[in-house]
Write a protein that binds this ligand. Structure first.
Ligand SMILES: NC(=O)c1ccc[n+]([C@@H]2O[C@H](COP(=O)([O-])OP(=O)(O)OC[C@H]3O[C@@H](n4cnc5c(N)ncnc54)[C@H](O)[C@@H]3O)[C@@H](O)[C@H]2O)c1
Length: 252
């Protein structure tokens, strides 16, 4: 498949996990990819892999999405260096889990800043270019947790905020050929999930109707669809990619 030939796709948090899996998938389908992450070393390893495996046209930049000046410079570098910007994937995210009385100011702000404000910075920087092109796809990252999850008040607030922002930007983009959607992953095998282990993880896996965790490729598949021309009449949705866990209990 070469459906992304001639398209430019930007992915934040692209050095590992879901971001890297999506970058790989877009590159496989012929896209030029712009990878951004705070982790410079992991980013250069990711770029080396994509160059060797897919000969992808690529830009890599160390970008902290919480810093709007860095984001503005990055988006300008992408549109100048790769000529356009068709798909923006706001994937960068962090967790700092705790019960409410143990969430520090720092951990509240860090989680909201990266997961929600970071996505806002990137969307704001990209929107003008996409409007002028008359074409754009923004894919935000929420989480199955957005509906509420014990010990994650900061993360849930951010990921629910992503849903609200997605629906609002969808309204603002619709008349300009820009779609804005969100993916809400369930439990997917990435370094982020690896930080959760022991009984909590087992208990959660048992709650998944499909009884197994997801693979980064499952998310890449959803992103490759939402970012495509074929998904042009879909906007403002939250696509659950979670083995059915968001439906409710399947324990009997
Ligand atoms: N893995 C899961 O089970 C799961 C479930 C639900 C939602 N998600 C969401 O999916 C997205 C990707 O998760 P993942 O599992 O691949 O996480 P991960 O921790 O494996 O990767 C996240 C990447 O984001 C980068 N990053 C962190 N802060 C950044 C910043 N300020 N600026 C730029 N880059 C930054 C990290 O360096 C890392 O490369 C996140 O938004 C996460 O909340 C993941």
């Amino acid at each position: 498949m070469n459906r992304y030939h001639g398209r430019v796709v930007s992915v934040t948090g692209a050095a590992q996990g879901l971001g890297l899996a999506m970058a790989r998938r877009f590159a496989e389908e012929g896209a030029s990819v712009a990878l951004a992450d705070v982790n410079t070393k992991a980013l250069s390893d990711a770029a080396a892999e994509l160059t060797i495996a897919h000969h992808a046209e690529m830009l890599t930049d160390t970008v902290d999405v919480t810093d709007s000046a860095q984001v503005d410079r990055w988006i300008a570098a992408v549109t100048t260096g790769l000529g356009r910007l068709d798909v923006l994937v706001n994937n960068a995210g962090i967790i700092r889990d705790n019960r409410v009385e143990d969430i520090s100011d720092l951990d509240w702000r860090a989680v909201v800043d990266v997961n929600l404000t970071g996505a806002f910075h990137c969307a704001r920087a990209a929107f003008g270019h996409m409007r002028r092109q008359g074409y754009g796809r923004v894919i935000n990252f929420s989480s199955m947790s957005w509906r509420g999850n014990f010990g994650q008040a900061n993360y849930v607030a951010a990921k629910a905020g992503v849903v609200g922002m997605t629906r609002t930007l969808a309204l603002e983009g619709a008349r300009h050929g820009i779609t804005v959607n969100a993916i809400a992953p369930g439990l997917i095998e990435t370094p982020m999930l690896a930080s959760m282990n022991g009984p909590a993880r087992e208990m959660l896996t048992n709650k998944i109707p499909m009884r197994h965790t997801g693979r980064p490729e499952d998310i890449a598949e959803a992103a490759a669809f939402l970012g495509s021309e074929a998904a042009g009449y879909i906007t403002g949705i939250v696509l659950d990619v979670d083995g059915g866990i968001s439906i409710g209990s399947s324990i009997r």
